[in-house]
Ligand binder design. Sequence first.
Ligand code: HEM
Length: 100
Amino acid sequence: MEFTAEQLSHYNGTDESEPIYVAIRGRVFDVTTGNSFYGPGGAYALFAGKDASRALAKMSKNEEDVTPSVDGLSDKEIETLNDWEKKFEAKYPVVGRVVS
Ligand code: HEM
């Protein structure tokens, strides 16, 4: 399944009848089982419906970091992102990709 960023943003947990998606490096994970994290009021709700690569790499919850851009990240940040990707792969199904 392919999603534009706009389509992905629909799956942000505000509609309880819909799954919640978070993307890492363009790969869309179904994180619905983590709804306590990503649902409304959850600690990581700002990542829901987004490609959160940059924020995950930087361990950041700043709105402006919630983007797919990995430009200028340090090696250490890339490593952090790789670790998140592994964690998500182990925990959540992949449902598609973000396309431009
Ligand atoms: C004082 C700071 C923080 C504390 C105490 C904290 C605590 C936690 C705890 C307890 C978990 C659950 C771990 C588990 O059961 O698997 C978690 C997961 C997580 N944290 Fe944090 N965290 C903090 C900061 C951050 C920051 C800054 C980020 C930004 C990237 C972040 C992103 C995440 C993500 C993405 C998960 C994974 C949720 C999942 O399994 O889907 N955390 N955190």
